[in-house]
Design a protein. Structure first.
Length: 398
């Protein structure tokens, strides 16, 4: 029997999206016009699901050598906010969006993640055995670093880190040598340390409200404050450390079963900032407690294990690398977001997949599900009686 749809993939992704919508609905109570947030959240589920269905119908193998096109599209998206008249500040400032007349429409860095995965997977799969050589490895790193550089220029440090996770996932699964990856990671650590040092001495002064303020050129002041709070959380509980302090209180107050969707002092009384986006996990923990958090982690585990299974069943290396990139993207965001909510990771503004409010991010995650669905739908045919793969025989051949 032919199975075009992977039940576990659909059910886990849909359950996460609905779970996220429920928690966002509870978290935005107390905001001005909460209905607007709720409508956009459910709109994102509907549009994302429709796009995912459309993506499943497309044979991913058609785009195996399209890495220049994917990379170009990603670059265009990431540069769009810099175009006069197109850039718009997000809901709370920070990340640049694309908009009209100052009204934000979508966040280009989100779909750029999928394009980055497709570009990296396409390029690395074309290298074949060459990636085991230093020259081929450096080529792959160079291609994958282009989105990272553009994201840094845009000022989106969080998504830039996600692009690094995607790159490492694709390179690792693509057959890169361990020593090359180790050198790459070591170089990255040294580069970050050097960047922080240069940033500490490369400053300029501006005047805000009649006061001289020292500004850092390479890394934003609030980003440095977040790093400082992570290293010394007790140093500042009124400004940069306030979010982390309130997040920990919210998580602890949820206890075993939570206070209820309509209750919770930190979220209901507006003590917890950005509780529907960056700190959605803290709001979830407060409202549904340890049990609700375990349900969330179980759904993530089901999604990641299913994605891994789909990647291993792919007909070619291209499909396997796409799955690896998507898994790396989700896994890094899950670990970083939950970690920063608990004070175990620096606060970077990375959303929690399927859970954090954001129409563009939700649609992007559902499109990623559609891409995985395409890999599954066009995998080699699994013989129903023997459970063996008939070489070279796909669904389209039957």
């Amino acid at each position: 029997m032919k199975r075009w749809i992977h039940p576990a993939l659909v059910l886990s992704a849909l359950a996460l999206a609905i779970y996220g919508a429920i928690i966002v609905t509870a978290a935005v109570q107390g905001y001005d016009a909460p209905g607007a947030f709720i409508k956009k959240e459910y709109l994102g589920i509907v549009l994302g699901a429709l796009l995912a269905i459309g993506v499943v119908a497309i044979d991913y193998r058609r785009f195996k050598s399209w890495w220049p096109g994917f990379l170009t599209m990603a670059a265009v998206l990431l540069l769009m906010p810099k175009v006069p008249g197109l850039g718009a500040q997000g809901e709370f400032g920070g990340t640049l969006w694309v908009g009209i007349a100052g009204h934000s429409l979508f966040q280009p860095s989100e779909p750029a993640k999928i394009l980055t995965i497709l570009a990296g997977a396409s390029f690395v799969s074309g290298l074949e055995g060459e990636i085991t050589q230093l020259k081929g490895f450096l080529k792959a790193v160079g291609i994958c670093l282009i989105p990272f550089v553009l994201l840094i220029v845009q000022g989106d440090l969080g998504t830039a880190l996600v692009s690094i996770a995607i790159m490492l996932g694709i390179l690792l699964m693509g057959g890169a040598r361990a020593r090359h990856l180790l050198v790459l990671i070591s170089t990255g650590v040294v580069a970050i340390a050097a960047l922080l040092w240069v940033n500490s001495v490369w400053t300029y002064t501006v005047t805000e409200n009649g006061k001289a303020v020292v500004m850092h050129r390479l890394i934003k002041n609030y980003q440095l404050d977040r790093l400082s709070v992570f290293l010394n959380p007790a140093d500042d509980t009124s400004d940069a450390g306030y979010q982390l302090q309130q997040s920990k209180i919210a998580i602890g107050s949820g206890q075993f079963v939570g206070s209820g969707l309509s209750k919770g002092t930190q979220s209901t009384l507006n003590f917890l900032p950005t509780r529907h986006t960056d700190f959605i996990f803290a709001a979830l923990a407060e409202k549904v407690g340890f049990v609700g958090c375990m349900i969330l982690l179980a759904l993530y585990l089901a999604l990641l294990v299913t994605s891994l299974s789909i990647g291993s069943s792919a007909e070619d290396l291209f499909g396997t690398l796409i799955a690896a990139g998507i898994i790396a993207m989700w896994l890094f965001q899950i670990l970083e977001n939950i970690g920063m909510n608990m004070g175990l990771m620096p606060i970077t503004g990375i959303p929690l997949p399927f859970m954090s409010y954001g129409t563009t991010a939700l649609m992007t995650n559902l499109i990623a599900v559609g891409v995985l669905g395409s890999i599954w739908a066009h995998r080699p045919y699994l013989a129903a009686t023997k459970g063996t793969i008939r070489s070279g025989l796909s669904y389209q051949d039957r």
